[in-house]
Design a protein. Structure first.
Lengths: 148, 152
């Protein structure tokens, strides 16, 4: 096997970070297409956000991954600047927002996601500002995540 | 995607290691801010290594941005060469032994931000009872491309 192919094969098995730089998300818009899962399935290992400016109001977030709920329901994520948001990628789990968040056995979940969009819906309040991230693993050599 | 871009993309998802070389920690000082965090990260494993005999039954407890990383202070005065395991979870116990399994019950990671606003995220170790000498190792994953962990 050539070096290039060898390297590509190794990289295929690595974790990857998909990242959306900070922006303002408004309740008026509501649903945002955040990421697209393209050309094959992935396993989402960790999903969440990072507050970079104060939210206006008690803005909530709810997510879907190719149409499947990523949590039990919308939760306010208007924590202080610098706090992190944890999306449990499981309809049985709750979104959390704190200075630091343990992923315990009860919340240690990943999610297989087929091609489609990852959508964040912002409700209540007025707006939320921050970064959003997704750590994932390819389940097919061609799979990747594109920021929308 | 070019191979260079492919490698850069893949590397951003790789685990990183922050290390604080061996030093003496004293209960007189108590709290040490050992790492500074510049952006969101996921701490995967956090461990210590005893490099010289402790002065007594020295205890340690941890916080990440003020959030407890363990259930409470535990003596970590094991022999030179033993490792210390921080559970990254307020429900878990600190352990100190020659080898420590990460079982299903202790398999925890922790997302850590940079609160309070405008200041670094902090990893604080608080020592009690006596002195302790060793190094600290934190394996983490960046959750933002610019996130870094700096030895404080």
């Amino acid at each position: 096997m050539g070096l290039s192919k060898e390297v590509k094969e190794i990289l295929t098995n690595n974790f990857r970070l998909a990242h959306r730089p900070a922006q303002v998300y408004t309740v008026a818009v509501g649903a945002y297409n955040l990421f697209a899962v393209v050309d094959g399935p992935i396993e989402v290992i960790t999903a969440g956000g990072y507050v970079t400016a104060a939210a206006v109001g008690a803005t909530t977030l709810a997510t879907t991954f190719s149409g499947i709920a990523g949590e039990a329901g919308a939760v306010a994520i208007n924590g202080a600047v610098g706090t992190v948001v944890y999306i449990p990628v499981n309809v049985g789990g709750a979104i959390l927002n704190a200075a630091a968040i343990p992923k315990t056995v009860a919340t240690l979940t990943s999610m297989f996601v087929g091609p489609g969009n990852i959508i964040g819906t912002f409700g209540a309040g007025t707006s939320w500002t921050g970064e959003l991230f997704l750590v994932y693993k390819k389940l097919s050599p061609r799979s990747f995540v594109r920021m929308l | 995607m070019s191979l260079t871009k492919e490698i850069k993309t893949a590397m951003s998802g790789n685990l990183q290691l922050a290390r604080r070389p061996a030093q003496v920690y004293t209960s007189a000082v108590g709290a040490y801010n050992i790492f500074r965090i510049t952006g969101p990260i996921e701490v995967i494993s956090f461990a210590g290594l005893v490099t010289a005999a402790a002065g007594g039954a020295t205890t340690v407890t941890t916080t990440f941005n003020g959030v407890a990383g363990d259930a409470g202070a535990v003596a970590i005065n094991g022999a030179v060469g033993t490792v210390v395991y921080i559970p990254l979870n307020v429900a878990g116990a600190l352990l100190n032994a020659a080898a420590i399994p990460k079982t299903v019950a202790t398999l925890t990671s922790m997302l850590v931000g940079t609160q309070p606003a405008g200041v670094w995220g902090t990893v604080v170790l608080t020592f009690g009872v006596s002195t302790w000498t060793g190094e600290w190792l934190m394996q983490y994953r960046k959750l933002s491309p610019l996130s870094r962990v700096i030895t404080a």
